[in-house]
Design a protein around this ligand. Structure first.
Ligand SMILES: O=P(O)(O)OC[C@H]1O[C@](O)(CO)[C@@H](O)[C@@H]1O
Length: 221
């Protein structure tokens, strides 16, 4: 499963990259706008740190401008993925970019119908927003399940990336339902790793080992 961190914070990215398990970094306009630096500068800095895919979401509103904007960013990044908000203009832009061998991600996906059209437009990935669907009282996981099932029946290669994930259990659930990728805040990535039983188990192992060393030292004296 591909694992991405959803941030443009350089400290978080460095920490996450150092774990050696990351497939890249996803961003969106909200995330980049919070950094207080020009977005191209920040993307360049991220590109220096990340050995993996870097995702950028276009903000233009027609397909020609989307493609122009995408190509500018593509020239800055070693492994770009261009995010497009699902819609008529994005379908056209996705086809143009994917025909040029550029990976695209259709984002803001909230229905199976949108997912089917995204795949037709050559999107490499689609992002169903699990958390935001749950926020309005529907089931984000049910949508992931429906999309992965239909993609499997139809032999569609477009990968589902679980987005708007808010807990480590969300990652487990989307993986179980066949999502090939997940993006998450740094906090959720650390939650995936941490477990109090691991911590207490390690304390016990270390204490036992120290007691054993003391015992050996006493018998040798
Ligand atoms: O609902 P949230 O937590 O703002 O998440 C939004 C999601 O949208 C995305 O842009 C989808 O790729 C990710 O950055 C993020 O997972």
């Amino acid at each position: 499963m591909e694992i991405y961190i959803d941030t443009a914070d350089l400290n978080e990215i460095k920490k996450a990259m150092s774990l050696s398990i990351l497939d890249g970094v996803t961003t969106n306009p909200t995330i980049l706008s919070k950094q207080g630096v020009p977005y191209k500068e920040r993307l360049g800095e991220i590109n220096e740190i990340v050995d993996g895919k870097i995702w950028y979401q276009v903000v233009s509103s027609n397909s020609e401008a989307m493609v122009r904007e995408a190509l500018e960013v593509v020239s800055l990044l070693e492994q770009p993925v261009i995010k497009l908000p699902i819609g008529q203009e994005s379908l056209k832009a996705s086809k143009i970019l994917s025909n040029q061998g550029i990976e695209t991600n259709m984002t803001l996906v909230f229905s199976v119908a949108q997912a089917i059209l995204s795949a037709k437009a050559g999107a490499s990935y689609i992002s169903p927003y699990v958390g935001r669907i749950n926020d309005i009282g529907w089931s984000g996981l049910q949508l992931i399940k429906d999309i992965t099932q239909i993609f499997s029946i139809q032999g569609i290669q477009t990968k589902v990336i679980g987005a708007s994930l808010r807990s480590s259990q969300d990652i487990v659930s989307v993986a179980e339902l066949g999502a090939k990728a997940a993006t998450m805040p740094f906090k959720v990535l650390t939650q995936m790793l941490n477990n109090p039983m691991t911590d207490s188990g390690l304390v016990q192992f270390n204490d036992d080992w120290k007691a054993y060393q003391r015992q050996l030292a006493t018998t040798q004296n």
